[in-house]
Design a protein around this ligand. Structure first.
Ligand code: URA
Length: 428
C-alpha cells in the first residue's frame, strides 16, 4: 500500500503511533529514492523528539532488515555467537574475543565497522596487520569460519542498505542521538548477519555514545528486546567507558595489546572484560561442552585460533606491526594518585594524532595513538611519564596535547571515583 510521506511525518510530529504498514512503506520508499532526503530528515527529527514504542521500533528494525539480504549460517555444525560493542576508547575487545570464543567451541561470524570520530573501528585496527583483508564474499566468510572458527570482516553493501542510507542522513541532520534510531540501526545489521546469539557491550561514560548509565541501560534494554523479539538470544552488559580500556589506544597499538592478551598477559581490565564477554557468548549460544575461556588463553588455543583467522584473511601474524615515526612523552605534573583519566579526551588526542578519521573517506595512520603508563587509581610521581603520544608527523602533537587539556587529575589524598568495569547485566 502506498502512503503519503507528509502524512507519516505529521503523524509522528503530532506524537502519533506509526502503523507497521506506514513504517514498511516509508523505509522501502526512502531506500528506493521515492521519499526525499528532506522528508526523511523531518521524520527522523520527529522520531528523535517524540520517540517510538516497542512495537514501532521492532517494525522499523524489521523493515530495515528486509531492505537487504539476511545471512544464513545454518550449514555450520556449531552454534554461532557474536558480540557488538557500542564503541569506546581503547576498545579492542573483539580482537582477542572472537578467536577466544572460537577456541572454546562456538563459531563467531562478526561483521564490523570502521571508526569515525574519536572511537576506533575494528577493521581499521586489523588492517594494520600486513596483508590482512577486510572485504570478503559470503563464500569466503564461510570458508574462514570453517577453518578458523571466527571471521571478522566488513559488512557487504547488501546488508541492511536502508540503514546505510539512513545513518548517513542522521549523521548530517543532528539525529544520531535517538535511542530508538541507534537501537534499530545496530540491531538491523546484527539480526541480518544471521547470528544465533548476541552479547551487547553497551558502554557508559565520557568516551561512549551514552554518557550516563541510565541512558546506556535504556539503550541496552531496547536492543535486548529487539534481538529477543527477532528470535536471537540476546543479553547486554553495561560497561565502563569513563576511562580508556587497557593501556593502548590506536590501530596497531591495539593489535599489539590484543596479542599480549592472547599470549596470556595484557592489562587486567582488558583480560577481565574479554573473559566475561566470552562466558556470556558461550552461555547465550548454549555451546555443548564449551571450554573455559581462561584456560583457552593460558594453553595457547585462543592464540592458535587468532593466527588461523589472520592467515585465512591474507594477514601475516608474524610480520612486525607499523610503528609511528615520532613520539612525545607527557609527564605527571605532581605526585599523588591518578584520580581521573578522561576517555573522551584520550580518544580525541589519539584521533588528532592520526589514529581516527574526520570523514568516511579519510585514511588512518596504523602507528599513531597513545600509550598510557598509568591508569586511574595508580600512584604517580612528579616528572614520571604519564603517557606517550605517537604520530607519523611531529606537527600533530600540539593539537593532540590541546585535546588532553584537563584530561587527568592527580589527587593527594584520594582514590579514584570510577564506574565498575561491569556495571550491570540486562536480559529480556
Ligand atoms: N552504530 C550504528 O551502527 N548505528 C547507530 O545509530 C549508532 C552506532
Amino acid at each position: 500500500m502506498g502512503f503519503d510521506a507528509i502524512e507519516v511525518i505529521v503523524a509522528k510530529r503530532d506524537r502519533g503511533e506509526l502503523s507497521a504498514a506506514q513504517i514498511d512503506w516509508v523505509i522501502d520508499a526512502y531506500t528506493r529514492g521515492e521519499v526525499a532526503d528532506e522528508q526523511m530528515s523531518a521524520l527522523l527529527m520527529a522520531i528523535l523528539l517524540n520517540g517510538m514504542n516497542r512495537r514501532e521500533i521492532a517494525d522499523w528494525t524489521q523493515a530495515m532488515i528486509r531492505s537487504g539480504e539476511r545471512m544464513d549460517w545454518s550449514a555450520l555444525d556449531r552454534p554461532t555467537a557474536d558480540k557488538h560493542s557500542t564503541g569506546g576508547v581503547g576498545d579492542k575487545i573483539t580482537l582477542p574475543l572472537a578467536p577466544l570464543v572460537a577456541a572454546c567451541g562456538a563459531y563467531v561470524p562478526q561483521l564490523s565497522g570502521r571508526g569515525l570520530g574519536h572511537t576506533g573501528g575494528t577493521l581499521d585496527k586489523l588492517e594494520s596487520i600486513p596483508g590482512w583483508r577486510a572485504s570478503l564474499s559470503n563464500d569466503e566468510m564461510l570458508a574462514v569460519i570453517r577453518s578458523a572458527g571466527a571471521v571478522v570482516c566488513a559488512a557487504g553493501a547488501g546488508l541492511a542498505p536502508a540503514d546505510k542510507k539512513l545513518y548517513a542522513l542522521r549523521d548530517v541532520t543532528g539525529t544520531v542521538e535517538s535511542i530508538p534510531l541507534i537501537a534499530s540501526s545496530i540491531m538491523s545489521k546484527k539480526i541480518a548477519e544471521g547470528t544465533g546469539s548476541l552479547v551487547l557491550d553497551v558502554k557508559a561514560g565520557s568516551g561512549a555514545f551514552m554518557k550516563n548509565v541510565d541512558d546506556a541501560r535504556e539503550l541496552a534494554r531496547t536492543m535486548v528486546e529487539l534481538g529477543t523479539d527477532a528470535g536471537v538470544r540476546t543479553v547486554a552488559l553495561l560497561t565502563a567507558m569513563d576511562r580508556p580500556l587497557g593501556l593502548k589506544v590506536g590501530n596497531a597499538l591495539e593489535v599489539e595489546e590484543s596479542v599480549e592478551v592472547l599470549a596470556g598477559g595484557g592489562p587486567a581490565d582488558v583480560v577481565e572484560l574479554t573473559v566475561r564477554l566470552a562466558r556470556e557468548m558461550l552461555e547465550a549460544a548454549a555451546v555443548p561442552g564449551a571450554r573455559d575461556p581462561e584456560e583457552a588463553l593460558k594453553d595457547g588455543s585462543a592464540m592458535d585460533a587468532w593466527r588461523r583467522m589472520i592467515i585465512a584473511q591474507g594477514g601475516d601474524p608474524d610480520a612486525p606491526l607499523p610503528k609511528a615515526a615520532e613520539s612525545a612523552v607527557v609527564t605527571a605534573p605532581a605526585s599523588g594518585t591518578l584520580v581521573t583519566l578522561d576517555a573522551l579526551k584520550v580518544g580525541v588526542a589519539a584521533w588528532r594524532l592520526g589514529a581516527g578519521r574526520a570523514r568516511k573517506e579519510d585514511p588512518v595512520s596504523a602507528g599513531a595513538g597513545v600509550v598510557l603508563h598509568a591508569k586511574p587509581g595508580d600512584e604517580v610521581r612528579a616528572g614520571a611519564p604519564l603517557m606517550t603520544l605517537y604520530a607519523d608527523e611531529a606537527g600533530r602533537f600540539d593539537r593532540a596535547l590541546q585535546g588532553l587539556d584537563g584530561a587527568y587529575e592527580i589527587g593527594v589524598d584520594g582514590g579514584a571515583d570510577l564506574l565498575p568495569l561491569v556495571i550491570d547485566r540486562v536480559t529480556a
